[in-house]
Design a binder for this molecule. Sequence first.
Ligand code: FMN
Length: 162
Amino acid sequence: MAEPRGFHDVMTALDYPMSVVTAAAGGEHSGCLVGFHTQCSIDPARYLVFISKANHTYPVAAAARYLAVHLLDESQGDLAHIFGEQTGDAVDKFTRCRWHAGPDGVPILTESRAWFVGTVRSTFDTGDHVGFLLDPGEGEATAPLRPLGFQQVRGLHPGHDA
Ligand SMILES: Cc1cc2nc3c(=O)[nH]c(=O)nc-3n(C[C@H](O)[C@H](O)[C@H](O)COP(=O)(O)O)c2cc1C
């Protein structure tokens, strides 16, 4: 079913911040560019990310205890390209960037200036995506961020159709 036209126009007029969400489980690493993400509670602190069921990242995230959320800076178009246009079905994205292992092996992107790890509390089906409700844990913001916005990356060709 196609998106209603007016809704599509409103969504594509926005400039929401882009992130890379990573996961590790069963000896596998995965991660993808994510535009669908938001804080959703203050006390307790909670965050939501939405992963497409089609993505390589989805089954890894579904089996993972932790996800890492990296907010991208406008200078980090290279990470958006690696994680948004490549798929873990075909390439190992983690040979193309620097990272280290966080809790349970979840990849933390070394270049990231603003990231946190969240424990997956629950998941829920939202359509072609699945919502992951996160309980934020360790993280850091090492410098002020000028967020990489959707408008800067909307021309990328996703590694998977949603
Ligand atoms: C602008 C843009 C926004 C995206 N937003 C999301 C998103 O919110 N959730 C998601 O699961 N995929 C999103 N994607 C698609 C994935 O990042 C992309 O298909 C990626 O190549 C999948 O990698 P994987 O198969 O290794 O998981 C987006 C892609 C682009 C270009």
